[in-house]
Design a protein around this ligand. Structure first.
Ligand SMILES: *Cc1c(COP(=O)(O)O)cnc(C)c1O
Length: 386
């Protein structure tokens, strides 16, 4: 089976991890700070806080922005569960904004319309989470303008997007948001096995994120509410978690970051090949915004169902049967049973549902060879033409 995504691990990565195993620190040593500095420098942002997953990063990002009961978090229905669940972890309520049919990202016009409505009913969101789906940046300039006008905070879920650029700035640079989150899960662009990171320009948010990652405790006398008893002293000043990344993960992440540009360049090469080879088929191919350089975590095609005799599911099954590990990113969140129990229903977000009825993610990862890619294309042509 050719998978839809796969990590690429080289000898240098293995050596870096083994070196940590022989060192004094398996956790809370020098490698995680080094990984943070590597990513922060790469993104030209002053602060980066590494955690054990992007899900944890989203959770503490919401907490650091004071999300709580009575508040609303809005995101796109076409994303992984974690982009919305982070709001529920904080006791807030979640709502969705439909997608733009061209980019599949949260639609700024739909966002504005919903904000105007929410202003009337007094239910403005405290946080909006734009998701850079497939690595393609959202229209952050428009979202930033709405954030200023309506007074919400922005967390970019850039789990798909490290190595990409928006208006010639690295994604993660936080010029248009309060916090940006990356994932280092093995299918993503670079991996630390499990891992995530929250980036920000705000030093106060950064120290809060670091504290929430580790039980809400501080060893910084200036943050303590009373005098330390002695040099051993630490104080818990709020409720935090153990969301720490290990040194092994930090070392793997540092080593992988050396190749982030190569990885994204290879993804672009593969995307160009796909687009050339698939151009004549009854498909809508991914559209790339001219102002941005996508991380290209995913290559999603949409079936033009009115030009095809077989169903979406039949095509999907035919590809799987041919050994192509296609996938579907994502099932609209509002149709998940848990979210249905919160009151959402089919029909709420028509663009998201239309996308879901047509989308298929083709294999896309740096180790995918041209010959394997040709195999994917051949299987897809056969499936569409039979
Ligand atoms: C993968 C992913 C996450 C969660 O990442 P983890 O590191 O696995 O917690 C969140 N949001 C999106 C859009 C993702 O793709």
């Amino acid at each position: 089976m050719i998978p839809y995504g796969r990590q690429e691990v080289q000898q240098a990565d293995i050596d870096a991890v083994v070196e940590v195993l022989r060192s004094d620190f398996l956790t809370q040593g020098p490698m995680v700070p080094r990984f943070e500095k590597t990513v922060a420098d790469y993104c030209a942002v002053p602060h980066a806080v590494a955690v054990n997953s992007a899900t944890s990063a989203l959770h503490i990002a919401c907490l650091a922005l004071d999300l709580g009961p009575g508040d609303w978090l809005w995101t796109s229905p076409i994303t992984f569960l974690a982009s919305a669940n982070c709001g529920l972890y904080c006791g807030a309520q979640v709502d969705f904004v439909d997608i733009d049919p061209r980019t599949y990202n949260l639609c700024p016009e739909a966002l504005e319309k919903k904000l105007l409505e929410a202003e009337r009913t007094g239910r403005l969101p405290k946080i909006v989470v734009p998701v850079h789906l497939c690595g393609q940046p959202c229209d952050m300039r428009a979202i930033r303008a709405l954030a200023k006008r309506f007074g919400f905070k922005t967390i970019e879920d850039a789990s798909h997007a490290i190595g990409g650029r928006y208006l010639d700035r690295p994604i993660g640079n936080c010029e248009f948001s309060d916090i940006t989150v990356f994932s280092f899960h093995p299918v993503k662009i670079v991996t630390s096995a499990e891992g995530g990171m929250a980036l920000t320009r705000d030093p106060v948010l950064a120290s809060r994120l670091a504290r929430l990652r580790s039980h809400g405790m501080t060893r910084e006398p200036s943050e303590m509410t009373h005098e330390p008893d002695g040099p051993w002293y630490y104080q818990q000043i709020e409720l935090g978690y153990n969301y720490r990344m290990t040194e092994l993960q930090g070392a793997l992440g540092c080593s992988q970051m050396q190749r982030v540009d190569l990885y994204v360049a290879r993804r672009h090469e593969l995307a160009r090949r796909y687009s050339e080879l698939l151009g004549h088929l009854p498909l809508t191919l991914p559209w790339q915004h001219p102002d941005s350089y996508s991380g290209l975590h995913l290559y999603v095609i949409r079936l033009r169902l009115n030009q095809i005799t077989r169903t979406h599911r039949e095509i999907f099954e035919a590809l799987r049967a041919a050994g192509i590990g296609v996938n579907l990113h994502y099932i609209p969140l509002h149709t998940q049973p848990y979210y249905e129990r919160l009151g959402f229903k089919h029909g709420d977000y028509p663009e998201a549902e239309q996308y879901y009825a047509e989308a298929i993610s083709l294999p896309m990862y740096p180790g995918l060879g041209d010959a394997q890619q040709d195999q994917v294309v051949a299987a897809l042509s056969t499936a569409l033409n039979s």
